[in-house]
Design a protein around this ligand. Structure first.
Ligand code: PMV
Length: 328
């Protein structure tokens, strides 16, 4: 059908974090970041521009959203409409394929899929780089979900040069990521507000910027060399440094919960037992453990001593965005 576009995009987890914006409107980050796209969680979105509509209609997981819930989507579609020279409203149907009770953010896969579907439906012919720039305007982490495997988001300095770059599709590694779902409730402080507060007030922020630039170089070396220990150590230390900036903010805040700390301790214990694994955390209490596929059973067994089966979700490296005018 003309005027219709469909996209499937997978979520990603940053190994080198994006934390802080230098431009709130364009979503230009203060630092470059690097992530791994995963196969377990994705969003499928269909956008259909329809002259007979009065305004956008947004269905999320088959439920029509109210005007407040639709606002962010409409604002994003306005960028696409502006670029395509149209004013037509759209029906947007978006489904998040996230294991039930995962409590995991879907803004990365959500805005990447929306960017793909909307640009296709509007007739904009964007290459992946331009699509990555567009996805960025919805949510920073979406910039990286255009590609599979390891992806660097080069911070750039303007709307056109801040985009994701594929580094390695990760298919020649036996990598896995275990999600330890500590709490599935929506976070109290959004990443947007958390970043703002940190950049504006944390005396540790300049140290973060300095060391994250070095971490990015180190992790790219580790990917090239297939050095799992270097990859994991750099990821873990980078995540901890991001969380440390928040403790220095005014007022201070943290996303950690008691079970998050327990999970981090488990990872340290597993390493002492000779099992290589490393953790990272985002703007929430859940802990993600990077490991070799072959070590998953032992790692899961350890976590299963205090976490329930449904709190432990396994993911593997995932692919880049898929676009279609019809079905997949
Ligand atoms: O793009 P946002 O607003 O979801 O922010 C993502 C922030 C972190 O997840 C903490 C780090 C990252 O690089 O994904």
């Amino acid at each position: 059908m003309a005027n219709t576009g469909k996209a499937r995009a997978y979520t990603n987890i940053a190994l080198i974090k994006y934390w802080g914006k230098k431009d709130d409107d364009l979503i230009l980050p203060m630092n470059s970041s690097l992530s791994l796209t995963l196969d377990a969680f994705y969003t499928e979105t269909t956008v259909h521009f329809d002259e007979t509509l009065k305004e956008d209609q947004f269905y999320l997981n088959q439920t029509l959203q109210n005007p407040t819930q639709t606002k962010k989507t409409t604002r994003f579609l306005d960028l696409v409409r502006h670029e395509a020279g149209i004013t037509t409203p759209a029906i947007i149907e978006s489904t998040n394929y996230v294991p039930t009770a995962a409590g995991l953010a879907s803004s990365a896969s959500g805005f990447a899929a929306l960017a793909g579907a909307a640009s296709l439906a509007s007739g904009l012919e964007l290459d992946l780089q331009a699509l990555s720039c567009l996805a960025r305007r919805g949510s920073g982490s979406a910039t990286r979900s255009i590609y599979g495997g390891f992806v660097e988001w080069q911070m750039g300095s303007n709307d056109l040069d801040s985009y994701g770059v594929p580094i390695d599709d990760a298919s020649s590694w036996d990598l896995a990521m275990l999600f330890v779902v500590v709490n599935q409730k929506e976070k109290v402080i959004s990443s947007r507000d958390g970043m703002k507060q940190t950049v504006a007030t944390s005396p540790f922020y300049s140290g973060w910027l300095e060391s994250t630039a070095k971490d990015l170089i180190t992790i790219k070396e580790a990917i090239k060399e297939h050095d799992f220990q270097k990859l994991g150590e750099t990821m873990e230390s980078n995540g901890l440094k991001m969380h440390a900036t928040m403790l220095g903010a005014t007022p201070p805040f943290t996303y950690w919960e008691p079970d998050s700390i327990q999970a981090m301790q488990f990872v340290a214990e597993l390493r002492q037992e000779g099992i290589p694994c490393y953790f990272t955390m985002d703007a929430g209490p859940n802990v993600k453990v990077l490991c070799h596929k072959s070590d998953l059973p032992k790692i899961k067994a350890k976590f299963a001593t205090i976490f329930q089966e449904t709190q432990l979700i396994t993911a593997y490296p995932g692919p880049g965005i898929q676009l279609s005018k019809g079905d997949f």
